[in-house]
Design a protein around this ligand. Sequence first.
Ligand SMILES: [Zn+2]
Length: 284
Amino acid sequence: MYLNKIGDVPIVAHRNLPTDAEVKGVVVKREPIGNWYASLQLETPNDPPEKPDELTKTVGIDVGILNYASDTDGTAVGSLNVSDERERLERAQRDLSRKEHGSNNWEEQRKTVARRHADLKRKRRDFLHKLSNYYASEYDLVAVEDLDVKRLVELPGNSRNRAGAAWSTVLRMLEYKCEREGTYFVAVEPAGTTKECAACGIKTDKPLWVREHSCPSCGFTADRDWNAAWNILSRGIKQLGAGRSETTPAETALPTGTDSVPAKRVVETGSPDLKERAAPAASE
Ligand SMILES: [Zn+2]
């Protein structure tokens, strides 16, 4: 990056600039831990694209517990692996506790701890950016559950806070990215999405550890998260249709029959790349 009066400065670019964007300004900022950041202010010539009248590519996403997310197209995103970053942070914290409080060494180590914290946070945010970007650019309609306070309460304290924060961050990111891409974004009522059968609508109680949905009423079996994702999508389409009568609701290819859905889970660790799981056959 070329800066006036300073000259060329090597940078790490976090994402590519849109080709039609004009750089209007740059803010150079130094973080407390000493890193420098340059934020570009861009102007793009076009207003956000219009949202389509007809939906051709729709997706429901279940923010899961074992997987980070599962969607109706069979994509399963594993939890982000931050064990290395966490280990480095813990080591830095241990080192800090052994130093004399207030000494120069202590002060230096305190900065290291802050840096490790920032690394962890940055990796998580980057993951969520990529995840939300993928959905917003790939689909016409993205349906997710609204923040489910009741389900979060079931998690142990520590992971509850983190899951809740990540969830609301991803909702916010999805919302503005969908707007930017001309994609509908719908946050649906979360109650009962895992209990309901996507094929017949009958509710069955399922404890958390039961990973398969098996309907006692119609016999439909599917992976638990995949079943939930379908319920989220059909709620999303219904909700969107209620708000926009001119929208032609997409045909929801709800699973029917008793065929089991191959739940080949893609457990991705350490990488936010999305991998396709074999998409189950739609209704015939
Ligand atoms: Zn059923």
